[in-house]
Structures are given as structure tokens and as C-alpha cells.
Write a protein that binds this ligand. Sequence first.
Ligand code: HEC
Length: 63
Amino acid sequence: MERMAPEALTSTPARRARGAYLVEHVTVCLDCHSQRDWDLYSAPIIAGTEGQGGETFDDRHGV
Ligand code: HEC
């Protein structure tokens, strides 16, 4: 498979803010990549675990 060359980007405060907005809200990355408290309604993210990994998707799912 042919891959595109990575685009060189310059980090700017505006780009980091846009990325944080997308990751933390629009694309819900942290819903999976954080620990969640499944004993509470809607399984809220446990503070301090954001982006540290989280749900395991393995053979236990979909069986
Ligand atoms: C529905 C749950 C879910 C959401 C939402 C999610 N991820 Fe993931 N992510 C996973 C799982 C599961 C894996 C591990 C996949 C695997 O190992 O095959 C993973 C893997 C990754 C990896 C590692 C890829 C690698 O090659 O090792 C990165 C980086 C990542 N996710 C970033 C993100 C970002 C950025 C977002 C938001 C745009 C996001 N994830 C949203 C579940 C999710």
C-alpha cells in the first residue's frame, strides 16, 4: 500500500488549541483512552486518567 509522505507542520498555540478541542470534544478520543467509572451513571471519566489508555477491546467483546 502506498503511503503519503507526512506533512511537516509547525506547532502553534492555535493549532494545539484546535487539536485539544477536537480530541476532548468532537472526536471523543478520551472516552476510550481514559479510565471510566462504570459504577456511576454514564461511566464518567476518572479525573487524572485522561489520555492514559482505558478500555480494552479484546476477545471478551462481541463473543
Ligand atoms: C471507540 C473507542 C476509541 C475511540 C473513540 C478512540 N480510540 Fe484510539 N484506540 C482505540 C483502541 C481499541 C485502540 C487499539 C487498537 C489496536 O490495538 O488494534 C486505539 C489505538 C489508538 C492509538 C494507537 C495506534 C497504534 O498504532 O498503536 C492511537 C494513537 C489512538 N488510538 C488515538 C486516538 C485518537 C487521536 C482518537 C480520537 C480522534 C481516538 N484514538 C479515539 C479505541 C478508541
